[in-house]
Design a protein around this ligand. Structure first.
Ligand code: OXD
Ligand code: MN
Length: 584
């Protein structure tokens, strides 16, 4: 069906290994979508939801031991161990290929191999990159249709080039003992076996667009980041774009789809992406970003008409729901939805469930896969092949006491240090242990495809190459009061903070110099219409020296892991903060 020789040869080789009964090359047509959906429904792999309430929506349940990314089974297989660095699992490429091949061998017998050509990015854009995923799962095919530009368009983009990311996926027997997510950055190759969960098997997303792409970006001089992209339009119609990195469970999708509070009249927000940003230096010397994805693969629980009404609308049609609670007659429900649960249903494990069961109906990591174009706040620029110009980069985390609501770095190098020291405290829901600090540099800990020390060096070098770089900020929506309650209302009101950030980028916005960076003065944030208790803004902006000295100790322990790969500039910034605290 397609006549790219390199692709044909590779597909043949992989088919020899996995031994499918047949191979189907996908074209991305609607007829194909309907045919595959009907087949998946016939075999029970997927179910139609009520097509009046949820037009075009499908339900899928993964195996109950296969509901999240598996970091301990994820490997970076660079030829030298040192290129994977201390934050990645490493396996020698020959050993990894051999180990996985034993599981792939014959794994598609009795099954069909689907060939999915896809573009991460926009067709015709210099940002775009082509991948091909081979899979034995229709669920994967239907998700990839939403998350990427797939089919004929991708093969046209590839032409007769032999440069494409080779992704091989098989569910095999879904045995966690025989599950691996292997990345071969030097070969632009991904082998994923033994899982059916999105983050492990939608190979265009984390595997390609972050792990492999971060390696490509280092080679080619750009940035592949775990960042949302959001445009903020002021009442005069000027739109400024930010890109923001937060670890999981810090509200990235919510911020990406933020709705301005009523008090901020005339402001609009525009969603460009909710998870990944590919950024290059534009001809005008600014940093330009695209969202390489075409859909959202969002966490469902907690999504409601208050936290993220735009996500609810986005996922109201043509969406695949995975591992939520199945209610009666093709309905669905999840914890944190502002609607009563059904009297009975089937939970994410496939067991009968009632509100009295005392267990979750939906898995906490249940997901929606929805076309980005359906988002009410989608930016008219989201498919612009040039991308959007970035004024500010934000790093953030969930910190009860350490980080103030917002602060700005003194310069790019200091900003890279801020990203490198990013951390988040675990919540009770996530681990059972509250307040454990997990260091997650640039939110890339599980996604950086090479040595984190080299990655910081690359960031530092990019700073020297960008004639007009974005300003860098740190935000923390999660500061707690003495009673353990959030002080800042968050959600739409985060726009107040973003507005201060944008005014700083325009040479305005009042700030005080502190040991950690520029912090807004108490009067600098627009708090009109917000009913904060007395002293709240002061505590949100407060920097507690004792707490920071402890924090700096934690940063140093973390940096020690990187030995002589820790760039000197990062250590210089560390010492400068200590010095500003009078502790050098
Ligand atoms: C995601 C994640 O799924 O960051 O986006 O874990
Ligand atoms: Mn993510």
């Amino acid at each position: 069906m397609y006549n790219n020789k390199a692709v044909a040869q590779w597909v043949e080789e992989m088919a020899k290994l996995t031994k499918p009964d047949q191979i189907i090359w996908l074209d991305g047509s609607d007829e194909e979508r309907i045919r595959l959906t009907e087949e998946a429904v016939r075999t029970g792999e997927m179910k139609y939801l009520d097509q009046v309430k949820y037009p075009g929506c499908l339900y899928h349940r993964t195996a109950s031991n296969d509901v999240a990314r598996v970091e301990h089974l994820t490997f970076i297989c660079s030829s030298k161990k040192e290129d994977a660095g201390p934050t990645n699992n490493w396996m020698a490429p020959a050993e990894a290929y051999k180990k996985a091949a034993r599981i792939f061998d014959g794994s598609m017998r009795g099954r069909t191999m689907y060939v999915i050509p896809y573009i991460m990015g926009i067709k015709g854009s210099p940002f775009g990159k082509v991948g091909i995923e081979l899979t034995d799962s229709i669920y994967v095919v239907l998700n990839m249709r939403i998350m990427t530009t797939m089919g004929k368009a991708a093969m046209e983009q590839l032409g007769d080039s032999n440069v494409f990311v080779k992704g091989l996926h098989s569910k095999a027997d879904l045995n966690p003992e025989r599950r691996y997510i292997m990345h071969f950055p030097e070969d632009y190759t991904i082998w994923s076996v033994g899982s059916g969960y999105g983050g492990n098997v939608l190979l265009g997303k984390k595997c390609f667009s972050l792990r492999i792409a971060s390696h490509m970006a280092q080679e080619e001089g750009w940035l592949a980041e775990h960042m949302l992209i959001l445009g903020i339009e002021d009442p005069q119609g000027k739109i400024s774009y930010i890109a923001a990195a937060f670890p999981s469970a810090c509200g990235k999708t919510n911020l990406a789809m933020l709705i301005p509070p009523l008090a901020l009249k005339g402001y609009k927000t525009w969603t460009v992406g909710d998870d990944i940003a590919w950024m290059r230096i534009g001809e005008d010397g600014r940093l330009w970003a695209i969202n390489p994805e075409a859909g959202f693969f969002g966490v469902v629980p907690g999504t409601n008409t208050k936290t993220n009404p735009n996500a609810l609308i986005t996922a109201s049609k043509n969406t695949i729901y995975t591992n939520v609670l199945e209610g009666p007659d093709g309905t669905i429900w999840w914890e944190g939805l502002d609607q009563d649960p059904p009297a009975h249903g089937i939970d994410w494990k496939g067991d009968p469930w009632t509100p009295d069961s005392g267990t979750n109906g939906a898995h906490p990591n249940s997901r929606f896969t929805a076309p980005a174009g359906q988002c009410p706040s989608i930016s008219p620029e989201w498919r612009n092949p040039k991308g959007v110009p970035i004024s500010a980069l934000l790093f953030g985390g969930r910190r009860a006491k350490v980080a103030p609501l917002v602060y700005q770095s003194y310069n790019w190098q200091h900003g890279v240090f801020m990203g490198a020291t990013m951390a988040s405290e675990t919540t009770a829901a996530a681990t059972g242990e509250v307040g454990v600090v997990r260091r997650d540099p640039m939110a890339m800990l599980p996604f950086c495809g090479y040595h984190m020390g080299d990655y910081w060096k690359h960031w530092l070098e990019m700073g020297k190459k960008i004639p007009n770089p974005p300003n860098i900020f740190h935000v923390n929506w999660f500061r707690l009061d003495e009673k353990g309650k959030f002080i800042w209302p968050g959600f739409g009101d985060n726009l107040r903070v973003l507005n201060w950030i944008i005014s700083r980028c325009n040479g305005k916005g009042e700030a005080t110099e502190t040991p950690i960076g520029y912090v807004p003065t108490v009067g600098a944030l627009n708090l009109e219409g917000l009913d904060l208790p007395a002293g709240a803004i002061e505590s949100l902006l407060n920097i507690d020296k004792e707490v920071w000295i402890e924090e700096l100790k934690g940063q140093l322990t973390f940096f020690e892991k990187f030995g002589d790969k820790l760039p000197k500039e990062i250590m210089d910034e560390y010492k400068a903060v200590l010095e500003r605290f009078g502790k050098a």
